[in-house]
Design a protein around this ligand. Structure first.
Ligand code: GDP
Length: 413
């Protein structure tokens, strides 16, 4: 049976595109979070489970065997008028190169933490890598249903180990086995997942949590005010637009990397995924919000904005071989990419013709007319393009530079 969500993946403006990665320590729940996102967005009709090896993103058999996500996969899904291009990133340190390759094409990420373990060494190293690439992030503290789960302790470890100001936007309702929902501190509403339900139900804040929620909301406003003088001014000016001010300030701070919005849930029980997706669309950047990419050609610097009117430039970030032949995953940075276009492979200097342009979804691939600046698609027909190579319009050649890749990785004791 197909669940139809008509129009979700139809053309959306580039402002509604989120090129998103899920970053995590092995076992924190990255695969489960990804799977729940795909399920919720309607692209997976039969829910895959990690333990029986049927998840969609863990499609490689070696990966299934080892139970860790080795190869990045990009999947498109829709959420409330937005298109999310989910770029999977390996959580294992042995695959740092792959993480870096994924980080190059992301505009934003969700870092998943375990509510019992807090920030673990590998989540710390992935976090540092994301810092190097200036990737704005949200934090999702997962497994709140586990015995010993402690959101406040996990938040403290985010502050101490990652050196970033946590901006906690939710208060859990219940703990461990009794974790049933969250109070959204931005809208001051309760979101509850009734037993066995995959969708949340919204309602007023439970009276017994009202005081605690008010206290935490005040703490959130104070943290935001310290970092964002304009928000402080607006908070002082009056209450009418307080929530809107808070959302705008949280977004500004996320984009500037000055704070990290923290959400929580239990992905395994489907809890917390809808507000996480709402936060992705509210706080993480569209391709237009990130700096234009830079490239060089013949020693000259070139800049390409996320504008369909500019000459085409894209980056190959993954090549896979499957039933349909060679599938080349491309992040389009400028211009557009259409079936039949001739593109120049800046790595080999060879021109190649684009066979077909596909949007890869969880369980299928759809042919699209064209992909425009900001989008991520897969291309069939390219025979030579390798991972990491720049593809460009033959009349406007360039080699894209990795953003600030020359900086050393910061290691923290
Ligand atoms: P990954 O290695 O980060 O991709 O983590 P997985 O998604 O494979 O999850 C690791 C293990 O944690 C699996 O056994 C999951 O079933 C389990 N898990 C994931 N999310 C939750 C959760 O919210 N609660 C609990 N109790 N277990 C979870």
């Amino acid at each position: 049976m197909t669940i139809a969500f008509p129009g979700l993946l139809l053309d959306v403006p580039v402002t509604a595109v989120r090129n998103l990665g899920i970053l995590a320590h092995v076992d924190a729940g990255k695969t489960t979070v990804t799977e729940r996102i795909l399920f919720l967005t309607g692209e997976v009709h039969k829910r895959g489970e990690v333990h029986d090896g049927t998840t969609v993103t863990d499609f490689d058999s070696q990966e299934r065997d080892r139970g860790i996500t080795i190869f990045a996969a990009a999947v498109s899904c829709g959420w409330r008028g937005h298109r999310l291009n989910l770029i999977d990133t390996p959580g294992h340190v042995d695959f740092a190169d792959e993480v870096e390759r994924s980080l190059r094409v992301l505009d934003g990420a969700v870092a998943v933490f375990d509510a019992v373990a807090g920030v673990e060494p590998q989540s710390e190293s992935v976090w540092r890598q994301a810092d190097r690439y200036g990737v704005p992030r949200l934090a999702f503290v997962n497994k709140l249903d586990r015995a010993g789960a402690d959101l406040d302790a996990a938040v403290a470890s985010i502050r101490e180990r990652l050196g970033v100001v946590p901006l906690v936007v939710q208060l859990p309702i219940g703990a461990e086995d009794g974790f049933t929902g969250v109070v959204d501190l931005v809208r001051m509403r309760a979101l509850v997942w009734p037993d066995g339900s995959e969708r949340c139900v919204e309602g007023p804040v439970p009276p017994e949590l009202a005081e605690e929620a008010r206290r935490r909301r005040r703490r959130l406003e104070e943290a935001v005010s310290e970092l964002h003088p304009l928000a402080l001014e607006e908070f002082c000016a009056g209450a009418a637009l307080r929530d809107a001010t808070l959302v705008r300030a949280l977004r500004d701070l996320t984009l500037a990397g000055e704070g990290v919005v923290v959400l929580c849930g239990a992905a395994y029980r489907n809890r917390g995924i809808e507000p996480l997706l709402d936060a992705v669309t509210a706080y993480l950047p569209s391709p237009l919000d990130v700096p234009p990419v830079r490239g060089t050609y013949d020693g000259a610097q070139r800049v390409r904005a996320a504008d369909p009117a500019e000459p085409f430039a894209g980056l190959v970030f993954k090549v896979t071989t499957g039933g349909r032949g060679r599938l080349t995953s491309v992040r389009v940075y400028s211009g557009s990419l259409r079936k039949g276009d001739v593109v120049l492979d800046a790595g080999t200097g060879r021109a190649e013709r684009v066979g077909r342009v596909l949007r890869v979804q969880a369980d299928r691939q759809e042919e699209v007319e064209q992909a425009v600046a900001g989008d991520i698609v897969a291309v069939i027909g390219l025979k030579a393009a390798r991972t990491g190579t720049t593809l460009c319009a033959p009349g406007a050649p360039l080699v894209l530079e990795p953003p600030s890749a020359a900086e050393p990785v910061v290691s923290v004791a």
